[in-house]
Design a protein. Structure first.
Length: 345
């Protein structure tokens, strides 16, 4: 009984009532009726006030604190609500707020750690697979030569060429990994200069024209020939962004398809759109295509080459230019990748 608000209120009310009656009893003109009425009123008022005070300002908050501590003990932090916006005159509310805030911050830390752990597992699995493919291919060709095929000039040349191609793929993968790591850690410095974005796109298209011709893919470049498209950025990095986007548009297009590159401008931005009419990207993959090693169609992507890091590098380059890469896609109709850079006047 003493552990409840009603029990404590009852004892305190009886004590206060007794003290009141005892005090009035000392008065000469105190009557029995006065003593009974005064005792009853003091008991009732004291009991009500004490019960309300203890129930709503102390016991309720203590109960909330115990509930939060129990959830923390059970590691069930997802159901803890942030009650920091509520006001109360209870002296325990501040403690309750502190515990709630602590629990919520710990919940966020746990979620972050879980996501990081999952990312590390996926990253280790992905990089192991990506490294294994060219290494095993090169090993196979070399061991075949060591087993006797080296004496055949035609076979030797063909196998050495394939082994070299596998090692070149391995080197490109390592270089892309180093580049991405250096960008994320801030080691790579960006050298900003003014240039015409149109000239960069023309260079990229000229470089990739031969690749497009192999698949009978037509590249169309739309821009206003009367205008200049000046911007201040790292020219080499932006060249790599355009190169990656247009190369992907060719690679993942169908034979005989088209790639449209559009360059537009407004008062503050130079806007680049790269559109293909390939198979498109499923909606569930759109949010993940800029992750390291993420491939929409893993088997076909590896057949087409590439390290799976290109779009991740593109994302980091544009973020360093305070810009973002966006993508929209329709299955069976193709995809559009877009980015913008600040315009120079």
């Amino acid at each position: 009984m003493l552990t409840t608000s009603r029990g404590i209120s009852l004892i305190l009310a009886v004590a206060i009532s007794a003290l009141t009656v005892a005090f009035l009893f000392l008065m000469d003109d105190a009557t029995a009726t006065l003593l009974v009425v005064a005792g009853g009123i003091s008991f009732s008022v004291s009991y009500i006030l004490m019960n309300i005070t203890l129930e709503f300002l102390i016991f309720k908050e203590i109960s909330n604190i115990y509930a939060v501590l129990e959830k923390i003990q059970k590691k069930d932090l997802s159901t803890i609500a942030d009650k920091s916006t509520k006001t109360s005159i209870s002296p325990l509310r501040k403690i309750n707020k502190t515990i709630n805030s602590y629990a919520l911050s710990k919940n966020k830390e746990i979620e972050t750690l879980q996501k990081n752990a999952e990312f590390r597992r996926e990253f280790i699995a992905d990089i192991s697979h990506e490294l294994k493919t060219p290494i095993f291919a090169a090993q196979g060709f070399i061991h075949t030569l060591l087993d006797g095929a080296v004496d055949d000039d035609e076979v030797r040349y063909k196998f050495l060429k394939r082994a070299a191609k596998s090692l070149n793929s391995l080197d490109k993968l390592v270089q892309d990994l180093l580049t991405l790591n250096q960008m994320e850690s801030g080691v790579i410095k960006f050298h900003f200069e003014q240039f015409d974005l149109k000239d960069v796109l023309l260079e990229v298209i000229d470089e990739l024209e031969h690749k497009a011709e192999k698949r009978d893919v037509l590249i169309r470049f739309y821009y206003d020939k009367e205008k200049t498209f000046l911007t201040s950025a790292d020219r080499d990095k932006i060249f790599r962004v355009c190169q990656n986007l247009i190369s992907n548009a060719i690679k993942y297009n169908h034979d005989g398809g088209e790639v449209e590159v559009r360059l537009n401008s407004n008062k503050n931005q130079q806007i680049v759109d790269v559109k293909d009419n390939g198979k498109g990207i499923p909606p569930e993959d759109l949010k993940r295509i800029f992750e390291r090693f993420y491939r929409v169609d893993k088997s076909r992507s590896r057949e087409k080459g590439g390290t799976g890091l290109g779009l991740a590098i593109v994302k980091h380059i544009l973020e360093a230019h305070k810009s973002k890469i966006s993508v929209s896609s329709t299955l069976g109709k193709g995809s559009v990748f877009s980015f913008s850079l600040a315009a120079d006047k």
